[in-house]
Design a binder for this molecule. Structure first.
Ligand code: FES
Length: 155
C-alpha cells in the first residue's frame, strides 16, 4: 500500500489566499495613490491655478433695459452677478454664494436669492436669512449716469 503523496494544499483557484489578497490590496493602494498624485500633477500643469479674480471692469448698459421690478444678469469681475431695480433703488450683487461658492438664483416671487446647494437664502438686500452662508452676498456699487447703468468702480 502506498502512502498518499503529501502535497501542499493548493489554494482555491478562484479564491485568493489571505497573502495574495493583502498583496493585491497593497498594490492597488499604491497604484491609487500614484494615480491620484499623477492626476494632480497633470492638472496643475494643464490648468494652472489662477491667482486672484479677473480684474473688475465696470459693466454698463442703458437704464431703459432695466425697467422697475426687473433684473439683469451680468458678468462682473469674471463672476455671475445680477442687477435689481426696485422702485427705490438699483442694486447689484454677486451670484456666488458666500457659503461654498455655488451659484444662487434670484427668485422674484419671493424677493430672495436661493442657493440650491445647502438651502441658503438671502433677502433682496443680499443679507442672509436662512441656511449656512456666513456673510451676505457681495454687493457692487451702481450708479446711473446719462441714462446708463454702471456697475462697478469707475476711475
Ligand atoms: S453653497 Fe450656498 S448654501 Fe452652501
Amino acid at each position: 500500500m502506498t502512502e498518499p503523496e503529501e502535497t501542499t494544499p493548493e489554494p482555491h483557484p478562484e479564491k485568493p489566499s489571505a497573502f495574495t489578497a493583502r498583496r493585491n490590496f497593497i498594490q492597488f493602494g499604491i497604484a491609487a495613490v500614484g494615480a491620484a498624485w499623477a492626476g494632480a500633477l497633470l492638472q496643475t500643469r494643464l490648468f494652472p491655478v489662477q491667482t486672484g479674480v479677473a480684474e473688475a471692469q465696470p459693466v454698463q448698459f442703458p437704464l431703459s433695459e432695466l425697467p422697475v421690478g426687473t433684473t439683469r444678469q451680468i458678468t462682473y469681475a469674471g463672476q455671475p452677478a445680477i442687477v435689481l431695480r426696485t422702485p427705490e433703488s438699483i442694486k447689484a450683487f454677486s451670484l456666488i454664494c458666500t457659503h461654498l461658492g455655488c451659484t444662487v438664483e434670484w427668485q422674484a416671487a419671493n424677493l430672495e436669492f436661493y442657493c440650491p446647494c445647502h438651502d441658503g437664502r438671502f433677502d433682496q438686500f443680499g443679507e442672509v436669512t436662512a441656511g449656512p452662508p456666513p456673510v451676505p452676498l457681495e454687493s457692487y456699487p451702481v450708479q446711473v449716469v446719462d441714462d446708463q447703468v454702471i456697475v462697478g468702480e469707475t476711475a
